[in-house]
Every structure is written in C-alpha cells, then in structure tokens.
Design a protein. Sequence first.
Lengths: 188, 188
Amino acid sequence: MPYIPLEEHLPGITGLLEYRKDTAAPIRELTQFLLRGPSSLTEGERELIATIVSHRNECRFCTAAHTAAADILLEEEETSARVKQDIATAPVSDKMKALLTIAALVQQGGKYVTPESIEKAKDLGATDIEIHDTVLIAALFCLYNRYVDGLSTVAPTDPGFYKGLGERLKNHGYNRLPQGYDHLKKKA
Amino acid sequence: MPYIPLEEHLPGITGLLEYRKDTAAPIRELTQFLLRGPSSLTEGERELIATIVSHRNECRFCTAAHTAAADILLEEEETSARVKQDIATAPVSDKMKALLTIAALVQQGGKYVTPESIEKAKDLGATDIEIHDTVLIAALFCLYNRYVDGLSTVAPTDPGFYKGLGERLKNHGYNRLPQGYDHLKKKA
C-alpha cells in the first residue's frame, strides 16, 4: 500500500506523476530528453543504463518497466538479462560495457566513479557527452527508484503489465499522454 | 579535475548546468518548484532536507552550498550544524525531525523508508504532500550529489564562495540567472 493516496489503477511511478503534476512536468521533460532526445547512444542502450541502475537499486517496478522497454527497442530479451547478470560478459559493445560500468558505480554513489573507469570509457571511444549523459541518466534513476520505493508504490506482478508499459515508452516516450489516450493510461 | 571539460570559473553543479542547458532547464525547474514553490514547509526547512541528504552522501559541494542557503534563510548557523550531527536532538520541530529522518532513509535507498517512519511523521502532523515532497527532495539530492561527484567537479575550499552562492540561492532561487547578472554568476 502506498504511503500517500495514489490512484489505484496507476501503479509505480505512474501514480506519482499524476499525484503532483507540477513536479511531474520537469521530471518527464528531463527523462524524455535524456532517454529519447538526440544522442549518439541508441534508445535501447539508454534504456539499458536505466535498467542496470534500477536493478542494482532493487526497484522492482522500474527494473521491470525499463527491461521491457529495452527488450522492445532491442527486439530481443537476452541483452537486458545478461547486463543485469554480468556487464563484463553481456552482448554489448566494449564502449557500452564501460558506460554501464560507470552507471553501476554512480548507483553506489558519485564518489565511486574512478578516473580509471572514465579513462577506459574514453579509450573505447566514449565522448564527453556520452559520459555526461550516462552519469546523469544513472543519477536520474537513483531519483526515480527512491521516489517509487520511498513512497511504497505498488509493483504489479503480471509481466503483461510491463510489456504494455514498455510498448508505451517505445511509442510515446516519457511525455504525458495527451487527452484521448485514456485507454493507454488505464492499461499502463 | 572534472572528468569532462567544464568552465573553470564554475565549480560544482554550476558548471554542469552550463555544460548541458537542455538537461539543466528541467532540473532547475524541478528544484525551483520543490525548494521555492508554494509549500507548508519553509524554504529553510526544505534547504535542511537538501543539506542532510547531501551530507549523508558526503557531497562536499552540495553540503556546503545548501548549509549556507539554510543558514541564510534561518538567520542562524546552529540548526543546520546540529541537524547534520544528530537529527533527534537538533533544534527543529518534532514534525521536521520525522521528515528529516525520512529524508535520511531515502538517502540510503527507497526501501529503507519504513511504514513506522511515515506513521510517526503523520502522527506529528505531516501532510501527505509534505511527505511526498520530502521524499522527492531527498531523491532529487541523491541525483544532484551523484551528478556533482560522479563527474568529479571541483568543490572550492573558500567558505566565502558558499556564502555568496547561498545568498544567490536565497535571492534568486534555482532559476537560470538572466542576462546582465554575469557578476553574480562569476561570484557563484
């Protein structure tokens, strides 16, 4: 049971974003830009960063939602599963391994990011902006995970729910659904 | 030395917000609303939440900046110092002690927030919105602290720097300084 009164049909972050629209607007905008805006990282790669951080924070709702989004964007389910298991042996590029490693360090705390981890990413071709965005996406999901679990929101157990939410995140991104999309909101 | 090229005269978060204005805009907007927007918590109380989280995350820049802002808003330096030392015996209301305790739990992770900690805050008069905002402010500073330290930004050692920044946060809030305020930007 959530610690504050949220709409029952809106679990996880979805109820929080409806509860306080003034704070939801900039949170949505920041997420839309970082995860769907112009970037040399694919949308799938950026969802993997969201996934590894949420997984390490043990946030069930966010992990399931962003795993689903990553799987739909990558058109397979192996990569996200193996990233969560072990970044070093996951089927992603060496540059992505270095960036996912940085994200996992940010999850522990800002001071855990070492000069060596940054140097390695740069040696493997990561740009300054890619490093910046990786750190900020990881930091943003440290916010999300704490927001979702700190207020004890509900995480549905039905995998179909997250599949629907993942589809919505692929097709509509992180912006608020416009009027007339209430059927999608209900499903998500 | 920061891990990415930031303007040397802009330490801590200030350089990051200039580096990537597309992400800075919603971050500023969210912070301005949560820390300076309409609320039944005073601006000083909200800066104390930012302070305790930054302190527990051992983020030197953010701790010094928000301690300075809290001190200026509260017109004394004892409260912030004692909150950082021990929430239970700090000279704040019982409701604020309960909210600062929740913020400190969020710092550890969303799942650390217990039903008992929420119940206690509600018994002491905290509203749902106050609890929501406390959790979200704490989560936001978990983002900031990781952003600032994860990219290894510089934290000035001169206390005068943070006093200037605290004054700016009191007088101008978290919005971007308009053109013509460059002297303030340089000082901060």
